[in-house]
Design a protein around this ligand. Structure first.
Ligand code: FEO
Length: 396
């Protein structure tokens, strides 16, 4: 591959993964994902993060193509998750004098996952490492996305090596910099990466944004997705909005239905909300749409209405999986409505109420529960539920 420079003597070393179906073996990535590492060649040579293990051979070759028979002096470990540390052991084996640069939480992970580190440099907030013309400054941003996560700021060219932060699903199909790609396509991929992977850590992301604000950042080089050098406001504005739960006017309606009765209840609610003038309404069948996409829309819209058929006296299983994921991520600032259906005994609404108790979103109306086919009385109740949600969202 052609050499790609972020600045003089700063190289992009990235790979596209179009084979993996599920990122973290959980989240669908129909458009793949990229893994990016960076190399700074100076009096001293530093690598910033590595790549996923399936690319080790090509990665080592790319490094050698650039530095020849020189040694890598430092491996900066911004983040230890194996999609970025996968080539760590190979780097240490090839360059045995390499110094691993991390913080007090990094090296325990190195030992747990790979090897007992021999040469290490432990850094703290604001500390710097001089490579010659390039000076690196470190800032800790814990839980964006693991406890050891930090960022590296290259002071000469003002490049922030940000780890997962500001990353994206989607391979880099030729374009590597943000001004070489169609941002409309990547907006979906960036947001789903954020909500799926970093979404649980919104308060930590907010702290990181505030902490990094004083830096005069001219470029952001994440470990997934495009390098941001032109549209920094585009990505920073979105990250700030999403991580502060700044939600749009709209409703996500999700149902789990075996024979269609719970689905019909969802349709009644959706129609009424549309009649009230709300246009952002997304209705999902929890058995068909992966929670990755539903969670993403929950991070967009303020209203959430969920309905479940009873299944063996419990929640419909696919609704249960979704709700446990939502509880785990615990997004804030939502209004909630619930409904359900049963054949011989309850189980749906009873457990939806337990979800409501845990998630602590404001319930807009009493739960509506039907037995079998929808009857006129409960149809009216569903319309009232929809009206209560619309009233809240419209502020009437
Ligand atoms: Fe891309 Fe948290 O690793």
């Amino acid at each position: 591959m052609q050499k790609v420079n972020l600045a003089e003597k700063i190289y992009y070393l990235g790979f596209n993964d179009r084979r993996t179906h599920l990122f973290e073996n959980i989240w669908p990535i129909p458009h793949g994902i990229s893994y990016s590492s960076y190399l700074i060649v100076d009096d001293k040579i530093a690598l910033i993060d590595t790549v996923e293990r399936s690319f080790i051979d090509d990665y080592l070759e790319q490094i050698e193509d650039i530095i020849g028979n020189r040694e890598v002096d430092y491996l900066i470990i911004n983040h230890m998750e194996p999609d970025h540390s996968g080539a760590l052991k190979a780097i240490v084996q090839k360059y045995p004098n390499v110094v691993l640069v991390g913080n007090k939480k990094t090296f325990g992970f190195v030992e747990t996952f790979y090897i007992k580190p021999q040469k290490v440099l432990m850094v703290r907030d604001d500390e710097t490492l001089d490579l010659g013309k390039h000076k690196l400054q470190f800032q800790m941003i814990p839980m964006v996305h693991w406890p050891e996560t930090m960022v590296t700021f290259e002071e000469t060219n003002k490049i922030l090596f940000s780890g997962d932060a500001f990353g994206s699903y989607g391979t880099l199909d030729g374009g590597i910099f943000d001004d070489e790609i169609n941002l409309d396509f990547y907006e979906v991929e960036v947001m789903r990466y954020f909500t799926n992977i970093v979404g649980k850590y919104c308060p930590h992301t907010q702290r990181a944004i505030k902490k990094l604000a004083p830096l005069d950042i001219k470029m952001i080089a994440a470990t997934h997705g495009p390098v941001w050098r032109t549209n920094l406001d585009w990505i920073l504005t979105r990250y700030n909005k999403w991580s502060s739960y700044d939600l749009d006017l709209g409703v996500v309606i999700v149902y789990g239905s075996m024979y269609g009765n719970t689905q019909k209840m969802a349709e009644v609610i959706a129609r009424r909300i549309a009649e009230r003038g709300i246009k952002n309404i997304r209705v999902y069948d929890a058995s068909k749409t992966h929670s990755s996409y539903i969670i993403n829309d929950i991070f967009k819209y303020k209203g959430f209405i969920v309905g479940s058929a009873a299944y063996n006296n419990a929640l419909f299983p696919n609704v249960e999986i979704l709700l446990s994921t939502i509880e785990h991520m615990a997004p804030k600032n939502h209004y909630l409505g619930i409904f359900g259906n049963y054949s011989w005994n309850g189980g749906g609404v009873k457990n939806l109420l337990a979800f409501a108790e845990n998630i602590k979103w404001e319930m807009v109306y009493t739960p509506v529960e039907e037995q079998g086919a929808l009857k006129p009385g409960n149809r009216e109740e569903l319309i009232k539920l929809a009206d209560a949600m619309a009233d809240k969202l419209l502020g009437v």
